[in-house]
Design a protein around this ligand. Structure first.
Ligand SMILES: *Cc1c(COP(=O)(O)O)cnc(C)c1O
Length: 231
């Protein structure tokens, strides 16, 4: 006979285990993408209030049925035609990866007369597939008159994903690189802006290293909710 209990992911216990490893000053974003509302609720009942999602409609659906004191962070590639599903309540968009997307977010936010906090996502991994800006692309945005005229977005820092590898030397190098990008942008474009302070880096398998390298936000999914099933 199968023992069903073995297959139950203990969200509350996992969350508590992860929390013990995260110093104060580093925000834990619990990445609940693909996971059912019940799992999010279990984490909520264990005190978690910050959740990350990477599909706009999935986030909207969860936002509708879950308690309204949850901070929803958008962490995935965002299509401009989906911004409208999240713009009114999203706490932070981690994944601004094109100038076009930033302009579209600004435009949607303006319709509601709100200011939306965003991070610039950088391509720091070796893989070709990961989204993100280069330093040149970011500087092109930040130097432009269009950006300077934007009133409805606020750039609060940077985000990046390291290469998916067991080579932690490489992962550490990539996190160091993102920290350098942050420091360069801070000095050049955001000197004295107290809101430009976030470095979103670190996932289930590499967040302890990210924290050592200066992460202020870790995005942890499977270590809390169990492996995802994309079928
Ligand atoms: C899915 C995802 C995560 C969480 O990944 P885990 O390995 O499950 O912790 C973090 N960041 C982004 C951008 C993601 O898409």
């Amino acid at each position: 006979m199968h023992c069903f209990k073995n297959f139950v992911i203990m969200v509350k216990e996992n969350l508590e285990t992860v929390r013990k490893t995260i110093p104060s000053g580093v925000l834990l974003v619990a990445v609940s993408k693909t996971k059912p509302v019940e799992d999010v609720k279990e984490a909520y009942d264990a005190g978690q209030r910050v959740f990350g999602e990477n599909h706009a409609l999935e986030m909207r659906n969860k936002h509708e049925v879950l308690p309204k004191d949850i901070d929803w962070h958008f962490i995935g590639h965002l299509q401009t035609n989906k911004i409208k599903y999240i713009i009114q309540y999203v706490k932070l968009i981690h994944s601004i990866d094109t100038f076009n997307l930033l302009q579209a977010v600004n435009k949607e936010a303006a319709k509601h007369n709100i200011v939306v906090d965003c991070l610039l996502q950088f391509h720091i991994a070796e893989e070709e597939t990961k989204f993100g800006l280069s330093m040149d692309e970011a500087e092109e945005i930040l130097n432009s008159d269009i950006f300077k005229a934007m009133k409805n977005v606020r750039i609060c820092g940077v985000m990046g994903m390291a290469t998916n590898t067991d080579n932690m030397t490489q992962v550490r190098k990539e996190f160091k690189h993102l920290k350098e990008i942050f420091s360069t942008l801070k000095a050049k474009y955001f000197n004295g802006c107290e809101w430009f302070k976030e470095i979103s880096m670190g996932m289930s398998h590499d967040y302890p290293i990210a924290i050592e390298e200066g992460s202020t936000m870790v995005r942890v999914g499977s270590k809390i909710f169990g492996e995802r099933n994309y079928n």
